[in-house]
Design a protein around this ligand. Structure first.
Ligand SMILES: [Zn+2]
Ligand SMILES: [Zn+2]
Ligand SMILES: [Zn+2]
Length: 90
């Protein structure tokens, strides 16, 4: 787990949640597409990144007060906190 220069949100994460399904449910509902996927560490929702047209992950983070996401891309092992803009590999 990350140990230095990270915010309390990331420090508080002991087990990283993985994506249960590799899709953005909001994009599927809207018939949109996404670029990369992020998994919310508070509720486990997998949503699309800020490079995607709809930016569902950051919208969800703000609307639900769920600050931290993990990359849901295979081979990527990192966490990001939206309000603090902190990034940590694990
Ligand atoms: Zn934070
Ligand atoms: Zn989306
Ligand atoms: Zn969430």
């Amino acid at each position: 787990m990350p140990s230095q220069d990270v915010c309390a949100h990331i420090e508080g994460i002991t087990t990283v949640r993985a994506a249960s399904r590799h899709q953005c449910d909001e994009c599927v509902k809207a018939g949109s597409s996404w670029v990369h996927l992020r998994t919310c560490q508070a509720c486990g929702a997998t949503l699309c990144c800020d490079s995607s047209p709809k930016r569902h992950a950051s919208t969800h983070a703000r609307a639900s007060n769920h600050p931290v996401v993990a990359s849901a891309e295979s081979g990527e092992r990192w966490l990001y906190c939206y309000p603090d803009e902190t990034f940590a590999e694990y």
